[in-house]
Design a protein around this ligand. Sequence first.
Ligand code: CTP
Length: 405
Amino acid sequence: MIAPRILLIVGGGIAAYKACELVRLIRKAGGSTRCVLTEGGSHFVTPMALAALSEQEVHSSLWDLKNETEMGHIQLSREADLVVVCPATADLIAKMAAGIADDLATTLLLATDKPVVAVPAMNVRMWLHPATQRNVARLRADGVTVLDPDEGAMACGEFGPGRLPEPPFIWGEIEKLMDRPRPASAPGVEGGGLAGRHILVTAGPTHEPIDPVRYIANRSSGKQGYAIAGALAELGARVTLVSGPVALPTPPGVHRIDVESAREMAAAVDAALPADVAVMVAAVADWRAEDACGQKIKKDGSGLPPTLALAENPDILAGLAAGSRRPRLLIGFAAETENVIPHAIAKRDRKQADWIVANDVSGDVMGGDSNRIHLVTGTGVESWDRLTKDDVARRLAARIADEFA
Ligand code: CTP
């Protein structure tokens, strides 16, 4: 792991003193820390303590940055490898979730293009409050890594989840994040070969309701699409991930929009345009129940099953290809169980995609961790060795970056 540069935002809470210990651990491991102290934080630790431990100037107000050309708030938010909010109070979490920027800390959090980790600490009732839980879910969906607080006796005398995890644990989580591959910067391009590009990725299955308790679905786990979204973000792209129902965490730095059905996915894709690239990995259900019933369908006692009339779903990829806001590079997937390459070539023509990433899903690909890919482009077919889904994602992201080099 390279020595990390960490921007540490210290919020206002009794646990703020532990931020001092975190600074010490980061320094001990060879990293550097620049601290930003919120107004609340300054009631619990002094700028002097953080400055002495970090050996760097501590910032606490937007207006401290007296000379924007010397150290502007944008530069402050970008020069780090990682932004850590510790302790993240209920108020800071709420502002982050809402995109409020009314002081230096929240302005930096809105302006940063780096991964963000929030380490919550607050009273147990505040942590369990639906508003905080909603805000935490929002942040996680936006790609922020929100650690779970520890459980135990709190400074306020109550008991439960809400305590700040111990600094060695927080540092361990930071190390894990920093060990993930960092953006491979292309020469002259700040932040990776896809910096400045907006890339739309669809992933997962869709669920097509039959009635309020039943639906039509498929076996897609979303793993390949999520890995691709993460790999593109690592190369600096702004990634919008439109996801069907899956049980996966949002990759760092990715903006995720959750949908259920194919028609919702089509609407979310349309709303996310324009994009430079679209990678349509989702296993969209081809059909939906023609008349989804508002009430649970009951057995009528006749012993005969109900008839399920199906209607075809919109083809999101083909619609994007034919539309006026077609991304410059449009990539489809082809899940095939036989004649993989001929079917993929035909699919590329039929859907007017630039590339088709074809995979044989006859084995355990759906839900598994590896994939054998044939990349069908306008100039031919590249067959890749069997790779993990993460490696497929990195290779595809690098191919996309090459197109924009
Ligand atoms: N796709 C889509 N909208 C649909 C169906 C598929 O956008 N309604 C996209 C998928 O995300 C994928 C590509 O089209 O990128 C191919 O999906 P696939 O399921 O392999 O193909 P189908 O169109 O369903 O064709 P078939 O079932 O005949 O193989």
